[in-house]
Design a protein around this ligand. Structure first.
Ligand code: ADP
Length: 658
C-alpha cells in the first residue's frame, strides 16, 4: 500500500501492485491486465511492447489515469489513485501527465499555437500564448504556429502534439504508438525529440510494437495476454533530483475561465457558419414572429384605447332591447322606445351631468356637382361636449335650432375634404337626401380604424334627423354622462330604475333596454387582449419548442462528431463539468444569436408594417427582454441533454471512437 517509505526509498514516481483490468461485454470477460506489479522511477524512458491485444494500451491508459483498474493499487507520487474521484483524476492528468497519441488528436479548426495552449486553458493558467510559443519553439515549430493541423505534415503534427503534452510541464509523458502513423524520416525526428526530453529529465512511457523504436528506450517491458513477461533495463534512469511530489491544486482551483469557455464556444459556432445559421433559423423566425405580432397587438390596443378615450369619459350607452350577451333574445313587444322626454328625465338624475338622444342612418350629401354617401347622426345639444365633438371650424347648433328642427349640419373632415376640397364649407348650402341644409361647422378629426372611418359622418340636431331626414319617431340610442368615475355604478343604477319606471315595467319583468358603460367595453377589450396574448404565447411556445429541437439535434450531432475531441480534452485535464459547460455555452451562444437576429428581424418587420401598411405598431423593451430570456432558456433547456451526454463519455472510449 501507499507508504511514505516507498517514495523515499528511491526516485520512484509510480507503483502498481497486483493490478487487474477486466472488460466485460455480455457474458464474455476479457482479462486485459492480469496481476500487474511494476515500479517506475523518475527519468526512465520505458517502451511497452507486445503483440496486438496483449494489454499495452490498457496499461498505458491506466498509468495515465484515463482508465481505472478493477482491482489492485496504483500509487502515484505516494498517493493512492484508485480512491480518487473523477475530478481529481482530471486535475492530476492536467498537471502530471502529457499525452502523445498515434492519431495526434489535434483540433483541426484551431491553430498549432492554440492546440498547444489547450491544456493551459484547463489549468486555468494565464499567459497561455507565451508558454505555448516557448514549447512550440522547443520542438522547432515556431514558424508554423499560426497554421492549422491540416496544413502540417504528419511529423510536424506529432511535434505539435508533443509541445502540447509538455506545456504544463508534466512529470510523465505517455506516448501511445507515437510514430505509428509516420514515415521513417519523421519517426527518427520524433524519437530524437523524445530522447532529448528524456535526457533533460522527463520520464517517458511509450507503447510501441516496433523493435527499432523500442531500441531508443532505456527499459523494455514485454507483455503477453495481459501479463508482463519480461522487464529488461538497458540503461539507468537519467540521474537527477527526485521530482518533488507535486502540489495538487485544491478542488475548484484552476477553474477554467468563463471567457475561455466563451471563446471556445464562439470559435466552434463560427467554424460551422452555415450549419449554425440553419440551426438557429427556427429560433430566429419564432422570435421575429412573436416580436412583430406583439408589436402589432399592442399597436392595435393602443389605437383602440385612443379612440375609446375620444368617445368621452364616464359615459353610459343606453339602447333599446335586451342584451344579447345575457341570453336568448325574447320576441318583440318588450323593446323600449325612447323619446326626448326620457333624455330630459335622465339628465335630471342627481348622478348625471348630461344626457343626449341619438338617431343614425345613411344618406347622400350633394354640393354643386359632387355627391358623397355618408353616415348621418342626429344628436342632442349636449352631445358636442359629451363626446368631444365641438367643431374646430364653425359652430355647434343652438338649442333654438334643435327645437325648431333647423336644417343645419356639421360635417366630418372626410366629408369636408370630399365635397369642398380646400375651400371652407362654412355657410355653404348642401343637399342632404334632397333637402337643403346649411353647413355650420367641421367636426374635429377622430381618426379611423380598420373597420370604420370616424370622420366620414354628418351631424345634425336629433329633431331634424328624426322628423325631416330619417322619418323616425323614436331614438336609436341614448348617452348619459355621470358626474365622475366613482359615480358610474350609481348612475347606471339610477338610470336603470328611472327607465324601468318610465317604461312601466313591473317587478318580475326583464329590462327592455341595455345599459353599458365604457368600463364594460374596456373589460371586453382587456379580455380580447388577453386572448390574443395567450394565442401569441402559444405561437411563441411552439416556435421556440421547434427551434429548441433544432438546436438539440445539431448539438447531438456535434457531440457525436466531436467524440474524439471530447476524449482528447478529457485526457489533457478537462473535467466532466468543463465539457458540460463547453457544450451548454455553445448551445446558448447559438440560441442567443438566434434571439438577437430574430429580435432585429421582428423590430424591422414591425417598422416596415407601420411604414408601408400604415398600421400602428409598438415594440416594447419588455418583449425584447422576453425574447432574449426565452432564447437563452431554450439554449440551456435543449442543450443540457447533449451536453450531459458529452460530459459522461468515457475518455478512453471517446479517444478510440471512429
Ligand atoms: P494492445 O494495446 O496491446 O493491442 P489493448 O490494451 O488495447 O491491447 O487490449 C487488451 C485486450 O482488451 C484486447 O483483447 C482487447 O480486445 C480488449 N479490450 C480493450 N478495450 C476493450 C473494451 N473497451 N471492451 C472490451 N474489450 C476490450
Amino acid at each position: 500500500m501507499n507508504t511514505p517509505t516507498a517514495v523515499e526509498k528511491s526516485h520512484e514516481i509510480l507503483r502498481l501492485e497486483n493490478l487487474c483490468r477486466v472488460y466485460r461485454s455480455g457474458d464474455i470477460e476479457v482479462h486485459a491486465l492480469r496481476d500487474i506489479s511494476l515500479t517506475i522511477e523518475a527519468g526512465e524512458f520505458i517502451a511497452i511492447m507486445g503483440p496486438s491485444g496483449s494489454g499495452k494500451s490498457t496499461l498505458l491508459h491506466t498509468l495515465g489515469l484515463l482508465d481505472r483498474p478493477d482491482s489492485g493499487t496504483y500509487t502515484l507520487f505516494g498517493r493512492d489513485t484508485t480512491k480518487m474521484d473523477d475530478d481529481t483524476l482530471a486535475t492530476l492528468r492536467n498537471h502530471l501527465a502529457g499525452f502523445v497519441f498515434q492519431q495526434f488528436h489535434l483540433l483541426q479548426r484551431s491553430s498549432a499555437l492554440d492546440n498547444v495552449a489547450l491544456p493551459l486553458v484547463y489549468a486555468g493558467r494565464r499567459q497561455k500564448k507565451d508558454r505555448a510559443e516557448k514549447r512550440l519553439a522547443e520542438v522547432g515549430l515556431s514558424h508554423r504556429s499560426g497554421h492549422r493541423p491540416g496544413e502540417l505534415s504528419g511529423g510536424e503534427q506529432q511535434r505539435v502534439a508533443i509541445a502540447r503534452a509538455l506545456v504544463n510541464n508534466p512529470a510523465v509523458i505517455f506516448a501511445d504508438e507515437p510514430t505509428g502513423n509516420l514515415d521513417t524520416k519523421s519517426e527518427a525526428d520524433i524519437m530524437a525529440v523524445l530522447k532529448d526530453l528524456n535526457r533533460r529529465g522527463k520520464t517517458i512511457i511509450m507503447v510501441t510494437h516496433e523493435k527499432e523504436v523500442a531500441e531508443h528506450a532505456g527499459r523494455i517491458i514485454l507483455m503477453r495476454d495481459g501479463k508482463i513477461v519480461s522487464d529488461e533495463k538497458k540503461a539507468a534512469p537519467v540521474p537527477g533530483d527526485p521530482p518533488p511530489a507535486p502540489d495538487l491544486p485544491d478542488r475548484g482551483a484552476g477553474r477554467i475561465a468563463f471567457t475561455d469557455h466563451l471563446r471556445q464556444a464562439f470559435a466552434s459556432v463560427f467554424s460551422h457558419k452555415m450549419r449554425s445559421f440553419l440551426s438557429i433559423l427556427g429560433i430566429l423566425i419564432g422570435v421575429a414572429a412573436v416580436i412583430a405580432m406583439l408589436a402589432l397587438g399592442r399597436g392595435a390596443k393602443s389605437s383602440i384605447e385612443e379612440s375609446l378615450k375620444s368617445l368621452g369619459s364616464n359615459l353610459l350607452a343606453i339602447r333599446p332591447g335586451t342584451s344579447i350577451m345575457r341570453g336568448v333574445h325574447t320576441a318583440g313587444g318588450d323593446t323600449a322606445q325612447f323619446t326626448d322626454a326620457d333624455v330630459t328625465a335622465v339628465a335630471k338624475l342627481p348622478s348625471i351631468r348630461y344626457s343626449t338622444g341619438m338617431v343614425g342612418g345613411a344618406g347622400q350629401i350633394v354640393f354643386q356637382n359632387k355627391n358623397w354617401s355618408t353616415r348621418v347622426e342626429g344628436v342632442g345639444y349636449d352631445y358636442g361636449v359629451m363626446r368631444a365633438s365641438l367643431p374646430v371650424v364653425g359652430r355647434w347648433f343652438t338649442k333654438d335650432e334643435l327645437r325648431r328642427r333647423a336644417k343645419v349640419l356639421l360635417v366630418g373632415t372626410t366629408v369636408a375634404r370630399e365635397l369642398f376640397g380646400e375651400t371652407s364649407p362654412i355657410g355653404k348650402t348642401v343637399k342632404f337626401n334632397r333637402i337643403n341644409f346649411t353647413v355650420i361647422g367641421v367636426l374635429p378629426p377622430k381618426g379611423s380604424n380598420a373597420w370604420r372611418d370616424n370622420d366620414d359622418v354628418v351631424l345634425m340636431p336629433v329633431t331634424t334627423a328624426m322628423y325631416r331626414v330619417l322619418g323616425k319617431t323614436h331614438l336609436d340610442f341614448m348617452y348619459a354622462e355621470a358626474l365622475n368615475q366613482e359615480l358610474m355604478a350609481t348612475a347606471e343604477q339610477e338610470v336603470g330604475s328611472l327607465l324601468r319606471t318610465r317604461q312601466r315595467l313591473s317587478r318580475g319583468q326583464d329590462d327592455t333596454f341595455t345599459i353599458r358603460n365604457l368600463s364594460d367595453i374596456q373589460e371586453t377589450l382587456t379580455a380580447t387582449t388577453r386572448t390574443m396574448g395567450i394565442l401569441l404565447g402559444a405561437i411563441a411556445a411552439i416556435s421556440l419548442l421547434v427551434g429548441g429541437i433544432g438546436i438539440m439535434n445539431i448539438m447531438l450531432v456535434s457531440v457525436t462528431e466531436r467524440t474524439r475531441e471530447i476524449g482528447l480534452r478529457m485526457a489533457i485535464g478537462a473535467r466532466s463539468r468543463d465539457i458540460l459547460m463547453q457544450f451548454l455555452i455553445e448551445s446558448v451562444v447559438m440560441t442567443f444569436w438566434g434571439g438577437l437576429l430574430g429580435t432585429l428581424m421582428g423590430v424591422g418587420t414591425a417598422m416596415a408594417l407601420s411604414h408601408f401598411a400604415g398600421w400602428t405598431t409598438l415594440v416594447g423593451p419588455d418583449s425584447i427582454l422576453l425574447a432574449t430570456v426565452f432564447s437563452v432558456a431554450v439554449g440551456i433547456g435543449f442543450g443540457l441533454w447533449p451536453a450531459r451526454k458529452a460530459a459522461h463519455l468515457n475518455p478512453v472510449e471517446a479517444l478510440r471512437y471512429e
